[in-house]
Design a protein around this ligand. Structure first.
Ligand code: SF4
Ligand code: SF4
Length: 442
């Protein structure tokens, strides 16, 4: 069998022009350790992904001639030697990264903004960029090509005019137009999954919260909803969506508001009314799951599915990232169990990062967690945060077993576990052949 040559290192000059290196090989990083990607985890850069540079941070590469990893601070161009910086990919949704960009992060001078950073290289044989990643969801609804702002603007104006007294539509128009939130855009396109922001407050203080950065990371990029909508305001907008949209889902809590569990009474009342008004569609609740009693009450109100966010199934890592106020990790676990026991399709919004998520202790804890909770799906979401900052905060040293290997191990132990990236309509909770739904066939 012909063995594939390893991809070449990508680097950028100070102007951000990107080049492939003539002989150095692409590396990736698991935790704080440089590694060579396995061929199974190298896939062509998905369409709609982007490349960007990591400022003032030299890349690491594999030097075949020396048989070691090297820091590439400068590259010769003719007679000149130029300072170079690392290149990273930001992938289209639906793909889980398996390696971080390999860099000498000690040289980095700034906190990187809240994106997810993925190792990328240049494959000479295939003549394409390749990333260390695997596809975990085949839903293509969320691709940017489906969100044409020229079509959106008139729809936003019309719907805002239709509901002049509704504060929620005003908020959602800002989410769609100013923040370019695809979920909010879906409401105006009247299709697929639409969001229901409800909460200005949260009882977690996540290091990478995109709607609130009280401390030492980077500035948040969304302003939270400043009020709690009434059940009437919610139902007025969401009931027509459930009744008319193709593949309709309405979802509380999308991570850039506070947490909807803080507004459980409003959410429960709105849900009861939505369910009474439509037998069509899926009502989903995304949350930190910090209050199991409220989760039970919301299940009884008629929720179809719930997704609970966590960066880790180990209390130490969880606390270091979520910094919970007034609840414990055990409460989150109880919420997951409660939702499953109440018969809901139950998912984890698993905020993954190579080196943390695939560390041997996390893998072991994850297998126990799946067994104990009966959770249906792991949404493998690339945690959007400066990877070096995150690794330091988690106290990570060394590498994991490999993200691809992690997926293999979990699937082997629990064939019924589904991987994914997006919420599902209830008709697709358990699609036929779901036990063999990963690796996703492209
Ligand atoms: S709060 Fe965030 S997720 Fe929700 S609609 Fe607005 S921008 Fe989108
Ligand atoms: S749970 Fe969500 S809203 Fe709350 S701090 Fe974390 S990311 Fe932000």
């Amino acid at each position: 069998m012909k063995t594939r040559k390893l991809p070449k290192l990508l680097y950028a000059d100070s102007q951000g022009n990107i080049f492939d290196h003539p002989y150095l090989t692409m590396a990736g990083m698991s935790g704080d350790e440089a590694v060579l990607p396995e061929s199974v985890e190298l896939i062509p850069l998905p369409e709609d992904s982007r490349l960007f540079t990591i400022p003032d941070t030299p890349p690491l590469a594999w030097d075949e001639r020396q048989g070691s990893f090297v820091t590439v601070s400068r590259v010769k161009e003719g007679r000149r030697s130029i300072a170079v910086q690392a290149v990273s990919a930001f992938m289209a949704p639906g793909y889980m990264r398996t390696l971080l960009p390999a860099c000498d992060y000690s040289k980095k001078k700034v906190h990187l903004p809240l994106w997810s950073y993925t190792a990328v290289g240049w494959d000479e044989e295939r003549e394409c960029f390749v990333v260390a990643a695997t596809r975990v969801d085949d839903n293509e609804n969320w691709l940017p090509k489906n969100y044409d702002d020229r079509k959106l603007d008139p729809l936003v104006r019309r719907m805002v005019a239709d509901f002049p007294e509704n504060r929620l539509i005003e908020q959602l128009s800002r989410c769609a137009v100013d923040y370019h939130c695809f979920a909010a855009k879906n409401l105006f396109f009247r299709r697929w999954e639409a969001p229901i922001p409800t909460s200005p407050v949260c009882n977690s203080r996540c290091l990478g919260c995109i709607s609130l950065q009280p401390s030492d990371c980077c500035p948040s990029n969304h302003e939270r909803i400043p009020f709690v909508p009434t059940p009437e305001e919610i139902v007025e907008l969401m009931l027509p969506h459930l009744l008319e949209a193709p593949d309709p889902i309405v979802s509380y809590g999308q991570g850039c508001e506070g947490d909807p569990i803080m507004q459980a009474d409003t959410v429960a009342e709105a849900t009861r009314r939505l369910k009474a008004g439509s037998s069509r569609g899926t009502v989903n609740f995304n949350s930190n799951g910090s209050m199991p009693e409220r989760v039970r009450m919301l299940c009884d109100a008629g929720m179809d599915s719930m997704r609970f966010s966590m960066n880790s199934v180990q209390e130490g890592f969880y606390n270091a990232y979520y910094r919970p106020k007034g609840y414990r990790f055990a409460d989150v676990v109880e919420s997951v169990k409660a939702a499953k026991q109440k018969g809901l399709f139950t998912m984890i919004n698993y905020l993954v990062s190579p080196g943390v998520t695939d560390s041997p202790a996390e893998v072991e804890a994850l297998l126990r967690f799946i067994e104990e909770t009966g959770v249906d799906m792991l949404q493998m979401r690339n945690l959007s945060i400066d990877p070096d900052f995150y690794n330091q905060r988690m106290g990570v040293h060394g590498k994991g077993i490999g993200m691809y290997r992690l997926l293999e191990q979990v699937k082997k132990a629990f064939p019924r576990i589904q991987y994914g990236y997006f919420n599902r309509t209830r008709e697709r909770f358990y699609p036929s052949g779901f036990e063999t739904g990963w690796p996703v066939k492209s």
